[in-house]
Design a protein around this ligand. Structure first.
Ligand code: LLP
Length: 386
């Protein structure tokens, strides 16, 4: 059972996101201190996981950089006080407007995903009389043990430049005067719990580095391995902080670094996932012919992960200690996929009870939308209640 302050939620309109600031800080500290055990490991928070401005401020204060995938995210990172030299910008479809604002801000590096993109960056950088630092995002052809919708490192995915075209692409980039190639960027997917997947990525990076050195005499100063470390959705209370020690140790053991080479990580879910809870009230309990439904006031528009990826989130009834019964926990949206859980055991549930949907800090509030003219969910920090 979680230790959420039910007594403080009584008068608050639901649904809302609740963020445990102490847990967030503990998680950030753990990630930073485990990374610091290895020379030149740098963490960039993947803002896409949660761009709540108050959380970003805390993350920025912890000295973590930012990984952005849109101009809006670059702006959010800058407003949170993240220094431009700690910002990287990825994405297959960066627009001219987004590139301009990032060049004007002087961000650290563009993770470029195609030659036409590099050519546009070069053209714009020339206009600003500057040289833009770029890393090539390489599609490594490495799968990961996770949901098909969130793997990114396979040839069939739209991301990055295929490694077979890498040398040719580098040849073209060398001709461009206003871009400086400083690194290689990778990302194989998200919610990865098997460290072997990261080890496989390391082996692939080793091969690619060896080939580039042998064929082109090229050694680059930065390797960005992306993000992807998963969290324990099944047992958020028992495992609130992900295993950063094993994660970084896997890279330390398997990645063959060149002298002075920096390693960059883009962690999203693992930094913010467990500190967030979606709090919702039960609107009705309805008996069907063969099951009962707990209809709650949060919908798939507030937390889309169960509908989109059949994702599991722990759900607790904070208002009841009674014996458990099975419910389908559903939202009010006019879509059959608006289901948070099927046949889930909950303490005997009645109208007005408060439910906590756990592990919702990553890709929860950030992916909320306004379908059915619904308001976007509000968000509170634990510090608001002190
Ligand atoms: N770097 C790149 C290039 C990425 O595409 C992503 C996530 C990350 C870093 C951060 O990955 P993380 O550490 O959070 O796993 N909405 C989905 C997840 C989509 C992930 C997209 N890319 C979900 O709710 O599971």
């Amino acid at each position: 059972m979680s230790t959420l302050p039910l007594n403080k939620f009584a008068d608050i309109e639901t649904p809302f996101y609740y963020y445990d600031v102490a847990l967030l800080k503990e998680t950030l500290e753990c990630a930073q201190s485990e990374a610091a055990k290895h020379d030149d490991y740098h963490i960039h928070y993947a803002i896409k996981a949660n761009f709540n401005a108050r959380l970003l401020k805390i993350i920025s204060e912890a000295g973590i950089g930012a990984d952005c995938v849109s101009g809006g995210e670059v702006k959010a990172a800058l407003s949170a006080g993240i220094a431009p030299e700690n910002i990287v910008f990825a994405g297959v479809g960066k627009t001219e407007k987004e590139l301009r604002l990032s060049l004007e801000a002087g961000i650290f590096c563009f993770n470029a995903e195609s030659l036409p993109e590099v050519e546009l960056i070069n053209e714009l950088a020339a206009e600003y009389n500057t040289t833009a630092r770029i890393a090539i995002r390489v599609n490594p052809g490495v799968g990961a043990h996770t949901h098909a919708n969130i793997t990114t490192g396979l040839a069939e995915n739209k991301f990055g430049i295929n490694y077979e075209l890498l040398e040719e692409t580098i040849g073209c980039i060398k001709e461009l005067k206003n871009v400086e190639l400083i690194g290689l960027h990778f990302h194989i997917g998200s919610q990865i719990l098997e460290m072997d997947d990261f080890a496989t990525l390391c082996n692939r990076i080793n091969e690619i580095q060896d080939t580039l050195e042998k064929n082109l005499g090229l050694v680059l100063p930065h390797i960005n391995v992306g993000g992807g470390l998963g969290i324990d959705y099944m047992q958020p209370t028992a495992n609130p902080v992900p295993d950063f020690a094993s994660y970084f140790a896997t890279y330390a053991k398997n990645l063959k670094r060149r002298p002075g080479q920096q390693v960059h990580f883009e962690l999203g879910r693992s930094l913010v996932g467990q500190c967030g809870t979606l709090v919702s009230r039960v609107t009705y309990v309805k008996r069907g012919t063969c099951k009962q439904f707990a209809i709650i006031d949060a919908g798939m528009n507030d937390l889309v992960r169960p509908a989109l990826y059949q994702a599991y989130h722990e759900i607790e009834n904070l208002s009841s200690q009674d014996a458990k019964e099975a419910y389908d926990i559903v939202g009010p949206i006019c879509e059959s996929s608006d289901v948070f859980a099927k046949d889930r055991e909950l303490a005997l549930t009645k109208r007005g009870d408060i439910l906590a949907i756990r592990s919702a800090g990553a890709y929860g509030e950030a992916m909320a939308f306004g379908y059915n003219c619904r308001e976007l969910p509000k968000a509170y920090l634990s510090t608001d209640f002190q």
